[in-house]
Design a protein around this ligand. Structure first.
Ligand SMILES: Nc1ncnc2c1ncn2[C@@H]1O[C@H](COP(=O)(O)OP(=O)(O)O)[C@@H](O)[C@H]1O
Ligand SMILES: [Mg+2]
Length: 586
């Protein structure tokens, strides 16, 4: 928690001003019962209200009024500046976190999971922010109120104050019993929030799949489970509160009862003035209240400790793909070399890529084919350094990818991910993700290569057509073509299409390849595909088998000598998909 306080620096003035104003509020508030006591004592001394004392009383009343307004003003101002500081602190935390997350590599994100990052940025930040707010409002207020009220009470009557000797330690004792249990439960609750968020996130982003597979019942049950767990955890915490509250109340009213008893005896023995008693009674309430506040403050502090830790984990996470020591800012060519590359996902038991050793010349068109799970996607993700190799090295343009400034490398290596997405906004906006300064002519040119211009111009709004989030109002094949166009717009030296034409027909598929070959001949093109027809006209084809390179050659060579290739070829031909062949072997 304290480590996070440095992010409140900008709000130091309101954060300090607030407690000061609070102290002002409390002191003024504490003066009021004293004046009240004077009035009652005066009346008691005079034996009633006389003309003379009436004037005096009015003057006292005016003083009380001034104190009350002063206290009100200080209190309101304090609350205002405290909210400024509290909300500012929260927003600063979220800003620092999101900036950090932007720097995360894919494996950093794998480690936290998106759902957990969301809980951390919302629930956890709110918890810490509330504690901070309470801290600056109460940190001075409660102790000052407690101490001043206690001192006045002791000075007025030692007998009455003796009641606190019993009740205050009692309250502390109860707290020591309850706090650790509550704390443990609270941590558990946060973890459940992660699970809960994961469940709704998955369900909502994939709601179409859920419905298509008629899995709504299953999803409902899954949601109910996560939701119930959360409820039970929250209920348990509530139960503790419900049990705790009567205990505290009992102690409080017990104390008041004891004080009333002691005071009654003291008044009849004439060792205590009635006026002083009215003041003491108010102070007693304030002492108990401020003591409770203080305890709640401490409890809240410890509770948000768990949240603070989870926030710090995000802020302190070291992005494991960095370019601090990298110096190269220019990618000279689109050649790619893998030297004895091995790659293992964080936490996975075995490497998914072993002994990868090959070279792709600048401007070549290379196909990669292999069964699902044979690590095709994993292999190409190493080229723009989305992940780092565990052994060996990957060279782009003759330079190790680790020596490039990441921005420079990724500007030149354009990749259409297998799980591609479009964002909300117009088609033109989405395309300009690739190159924000692209002219309209460039947009059209890129779309023509990707065979997207035809359907885009058939929309009534053309390039200004609004896409809903995720691009759900275009078909799968249209989406893929827009993603390809977006990647081409970057004018990269290397273009990687990871199964990016799986949803377009083979004729369009071959048209796109023809466009790539003719319009961007100098760009190295890597095409991952399931269909032989999608790669058969490539300069060379890499066959991946369970994370190792099985063979590299042209379509004809592989058809002659490679068993896996022959198998895939035969199975796709037997499927009667001769349209496939027409599109491919040309
Ligand atoms: N982010 C990840 N974390 C851990 N393992 C992964 C991750 N992505 C893929 N894998 C694993 O790596 C292997 C290869 O996956 P992938 O490269 O996606 O294969 P392909 O693209 O050929 O279908 C699979 O066994 C998969 O389970
Ligand atoms: Mg893949």
């Amino acid at each position: 928690m304290f480590k996070l306080l440095k992010y409140a620096k900008k709000y130091i003035v309101p954060a300090l001003l607030s407690p000061l104003l609070m102290v002002g509020e409390v002191i003024l508030e504490l003066m009021i019962p004293l004046v009240m006591a004077d009035i009652v004592n005066l009346i008691q001394a005079e034996g009633g209200i006389t003309d003379d004392s009436m004037n005096q009383i009015l003057r006292y009343g005016l003083r009380m009024l001034i104190y009350a307004f002063g206290s009100l003003f200080c209190g309101a101002m304090a609350a205002r500046v405290a909210s400024v500081a509290g909300m500012g602190f929260g927003s600063k935390l979220r800003e620092v976190m999101i900036n950090k997350i932007q720097k995360f590599s894919f494996s950093n994100i794998d480690r936290f999971s998106t759902a957990s990052l969301i809980t951390r940025m919302t629930t956890d930040v709110t918890s810490v922010q509330n504690t901070f707010l309470m801290l600056i409002r109460m940190l001075f207020r409660s102790p000052v109120q407690f101490v001043v009220a206690l001192v006045i009470t002791i000075r007025m009557s030692k007998e009455v104050s003796s009641a606190f000797l019993v009740s205050l330690p009692l309250i502390l004792g109860v707290l020591v019993v309850f706090a650790p249990i509550a704390l443990k439960r609270f941590k558990k609750m946060l973890e459940m929030f992660d699970g809960f968020n994961a469940s709704i996130q998955e369900n909502l982003t994939n709601i179409r799949v859920v419905k298509a597979f008629v899995r709504t019942d299953y999803e409902k049950k899954k949601f109910k489970k996560a939701n119930d767990e959360l409820m039970n955890a929250a209920l348990f915490a509530e139960k503790l509160m419900i049990m705790g509250q009567p205990v505290f109340m009992m102690i409080m009213y017990g104390t008041i009862l004891a004080i009333l008893y002691i005071a009654a005896k003291a008044i009849s023995a004439e060792t205590l003035l009635i006026g002083d008693f009215t003041a003491i009674y108010t102070y007693v309430m304030q002492i108990l209240m401020s003591f409770l506040m203080l305890i709640m403050l401490i409890a809240q502090f410890f509770m948000s400790q768990a949240s603070a830790k989870r926030i710090l984990e995000v802020i302190d996470e070291v992005p494991d793909i960095r370019d601090d020591d990298a110096t190269v800012t220019e990618v000279k060519s689109g050649s790619i070399t893998f030297k004895n590359v091995e790659f293992k996902y964080d936490g996975a038991p075995h490497p998914v890529i072993k002994n990868a050793d090959f070279t792709i010349e600048s401007g070549e068109m290379v196909g990669i084919i292999g069964a699902t799970g044979s690590a095709k996607s994993s292999l190409v993700q190493l080229i723009p350094r989305l992940y780092d190799v565990t052994e060996g090295e990957v060279l782009v343009g003759g330079v190790n990818v680790k020596d490039y400034k990441i921005h420079a490398l990724r500007e030149e290596v354009s990749m259409v991910l297998q799980k591609n997405v479009l964002f909300s906004g117009t088609i033109a906006d989405n395309l300009r993700w690739g190159n924000k300064d692209a002219t309209d002519e460039e947009l059209v040119a890129a779309c023509e290569i990707a065979d997207a211009h035809g359907f885009v111009s058939s929309f009534p709004d053309g390039y200004n057509t609004d896409l809903s989030q995720g691009g759900t109002n275009v078909s799968g094949g249209q989406k893929q073509r827009l993603c390809i166009a977006r990647a081409i717009l970057k004018k990269p030296k290397i273009l990687i299409l990871d199964d990016s034409t799986s949803a377009v027909d083979t004729f369009t598929d071959s048209k796109i390849r023809k466009g790539l070959r003719e319009c961007i001949p100098d760009t190295t093109k890597i095409i991952i595909a399931q269909r032989i027809s999608s790669v058969s006209d490539c300069d060379k084809i890499i066959i991946l088998d369970n994370g190792t390179i099985n063979d590299i050659g042209t379509h004809e060579e592989l058809l002659q000598r490679n068993e896996i290739y022959q198998d895939i070829y035969n199975s796709q031909q037997k499927g009667g998909d001769d349209f496939d062949l027409q599109g491919g072997v040309s």
